[in-house]
Design a protein around this ligand. Sequence first.
Ligand code: ADP
Length: 545
Amino acid sequence: MRASIDISEISDYLKSQIPVVALDVLAPEQSNVLLRLRDEFLSKLKSETYIWNIGYGTLKKVAIAEDNGLVLQECPEFKNPPNIEPLLYIFDYIQKCDKNKKAVFIISDIAPFIDGGSRHSVEIASKVKNLCFDLKPTDKRLIILGQNIKLDESLVRLIPYCEMQLPTIEKVVNHFNEYISFITESAACKDIKLLLKLNSDDIEELGRALLGLTLEEIGDFMRLNCRKKRNGNTITVDRDLINAAVQYKTRILAQMQIELAEPSDIDFGGLDILREWLHKRRRLFNQEARNYNLPKPKGMLLAGPPGTGKSLVAKTTAKILNLPLLQLDLASMLGSLVGESEANVKRALKTAEAIAPCILWLDEVEKALSGSGDTSGVSQRILGMILTFMSESKEGVFIIATANNVAELPSEFKRKGRFDEIFYVALPTEQERVEILTKHLVRFGCSDVEQEYIEAVAADADKFSGAELENLASEASLIAFDEGRPQKVTLADLQKARKSIVPLAIQDSTKIEHMEKWAATARPASTIKHVQPEKTSYKVNMDFN
Ligand code: ADP
């Protein structure tokens, strides 16, 4: 991420003999941006706007259609000679065409060709560099437009970079109101009535639900839903639209492997230090804290063996802090096409900023950032993007990174000060096991289990993780049901269930021991000392009867 100029400044740059600008825009926002730029260049530079991309393979003039939408007109004066590669010819054309022409040329979707690593990129970088000097005395200007633009080193200092942000709540609400007026007018021409049953608070809530989408996506959503809500000659716009907006956004984000996760409906057991730490911060994102200019929490790293409740904590934190939760599965993003994973991470970070205050949960972060087996350098670049975001973002995005294997995490990520706190979430202590077992037995409808039974089985469940204790509770309740005693769990049921599980920490003890050594450098999530004495015996055959 580089320091970005604002889109409203582009005309000023072009006017000041800075003839080439890079503009980074999410794909669904491009046509809106083209219309906006066309108007601005016409009024401020008295210049027409043209666009070229590989898909068109030719130059088109940006114009406005009768319905105020975007239309691209043919340019008969542009002819690509048959023996010249179109991707190279467009730069020659811009350089050689009429020097008195007042024109802004937008070349889009050439991002993969200007980062220095692809076919033609050396030639293209050189041609763009020439244009940075040659266009200065002319009225011809060039914009390199695309999603996730990375400039070749030789161009970085020559070309100002502008990155479009996702719309703010004010912009979203304005866009909605404008859209409703537009639909009301156009529907009236066809004798259709629009009934708006939303007050200003509802519209604000709708706006929040739509945050993180581009204006173009919001337009698509509105068109789709107005059509669905038409009944005869009436379109009713009511609070149903808010739910529909959440679902629409969830779907759009899921396409980019960003999940709008549900906060947890169960609370975690144990982890008292972590709980207290979170509760102290629960009001830090509200207006009162903002008035006092208190530092916004940056986030926390939770590391510990699998199944110890780290994901559950992330989901419960959303509830405690009362913030939306964006879950990013970085590991599966890495499997995307080259360039796509970085674009997705970038979009996720932008979305988080647009939705802020919110929680951004980076799940199993070590899988994506360890870099093992990655020869393309993509994990390194993603790590860079996340670290820059963490140090620069001021929007109130609370990051929760969870990791099962700290050894694989790059040290830059674990450095002091990066997160507000790094917690080691260990296997639960005996007292915590009682708490966790009780919670899950109650969840499965078994609230009357004798306390001493739970304590006895918890004492014999050394090295069980929270997930394994949940499994134990569910097994025991199934046994009781199977034996015709629904919800009446006995000690023998618990014992039988206990024996059917061999905890992962026993199966894979070396990994856990490794992690416990590292744990000394982190803050424990629970009060009681977790590191077990060297030789703990594992009582498989304890007899409860
Ligand atoms: P991790 O992310 O550490 O691998 P999870 O949060 O996915 O572990 O745990 C899986 C499940 O185990 C949780 O959904 C929850 O039902 C149960 N669990 C784990 N730890 C706890 C805990 N401390 N309290 C209650 N339930 C727990």
